[in-house]
Design a protein around this ligand. Sequence first.
Ligand SMILES: NC(=O)c1ccc[n+]([C@@H]2O[C@H](COP(=O)([O-])OP(=O)(O)OC[C@H]3O[C@@H](n4cnc5c(N)ncnc54)[C@H](O)[C@@H]3O)[C@@H](O)[C@H]2O)c1
Ligand SMILES: [Zn+2]
Ligand SMILES: [Zn+2]
Length: 351
Amino acid sequence: MKALVYGGPGEKSWTDVPDPTIQSPSDVIVKVDTTTICGTDLHILKGDVPTVAKGRILGHEGVGTITEIGASVTSLKVGDRVIISCIKSCGHCANCKTGLYSHCLGEEGTSGIGWVFGHLIDGTQAEFVRVPYAENSLHLLPEGVSDQQAVMLSDILPTGFEIGVQYGRVKPGDTVAVIGAGPVGLAAICTAGLYGAATIIAVDLDANRLEKSREFGATDVVLSSAPDWREQVMVLTDGQGVDVAIEAVGIPATFTMCTEIVRPGGNVANVGVHGKAVELHVEDLWIRNINISMGLVNTNTTPMLLKLVAQQKIPADSFATHHFIFDEFMEAYDTFARAAETKALKVVITA
Ligand SMILES: NC(=O)c1ccc[n+]([C@@H]2O[C@H](COP(=O)([O-])OP(=O)(O)OC[C@H]3O[C@@H](n4cnc5c(N)ncnc54)[C@H](O)[C@@H]3O)[C@@H](O)[C@H]2O)c1
Ligand SMILES: [Zn+2]
Ligand SMILES: [Zn+2]
């Protein structure tokens, strides 16, 4: 089969590799119909994730059709159409039993690390993929949900909702600021309303992404390069600060920005993956009763989000800005890597 193979920092190719095979009775093989590229894949290609070995097939998002099932799989069958979750879940370890799939203790990849696809085992940017713990890590695709909508449920929608909105404890009437209006920030923006957020402020450097954020439910937008960006946020909150500030960039400056706009007693929810140390000014923050949260997505809310996508209550299609076929994989990466110029949000790549 063909797959997108990591060849070390800066190196990748769409090339021939052996087809995956069933290795454990709980595995299935999925023919990938649709996949996409995540910002994390670009981090891997920069060499920021040294645990990814040369030769690894990248990708942790995908929708496909089951072609083969392991001996112990009873609830899935050949021909089923499925969403591949970016997080593995063995379903029976202590962490899986509490919904903390991000720390699944199953041995696949590495025990205790839920994100294994395109990281510690071969991923979804391929014609076929082996899915471990398939009965817990796949979601059946209902009629009426397109591949393009469903692929947004592998990673970005649960990430923005769980680590941004739920960890940020958004509640009815809240004012929420989301710093970073990329796919993950937009996912937080379009799910903040599920808990009744009244005002949703998108903050980004990119005017195009801010404009796009209104399609996802942002009520106000603030360009973070404006010298008075903070005052603009404060005006929108009657000078109080926001109830919840969600960080969806992954750099120290934007984490600090969140702590500068949150009201006393408010929540800062960090979603961004940080590659550099971030300063935390406890000496200033303690007296403001700020709560800070962070985490790796669990994808435990995927079945619920899938229902809302099926009912058109989440604008999943709006994430898809560019379309490619598998043979154009290198072009798809190029378009996604130049998002500021190409205005790409999610590139949808189909077999
Ligand atoms: N916690 C998790 O489980 C998890 C899962 C997936 C992704 N992530 C992380 O979430 C973050 C966002 O992902 P994404 O795919 O949306 O990324 P992205 O790079 O597409 O989007 C980031 C956005 O931040 C904006 N930005 C950059 N600098 C800024 C600044 N100084 N002020 C305001 N905006 C700024 C960019 O213009 C861009 O729109 C990344 O760090 C990613 O690694 C976390
Ligand atoms: Zn991702
Ligand atoms: Zn587990």
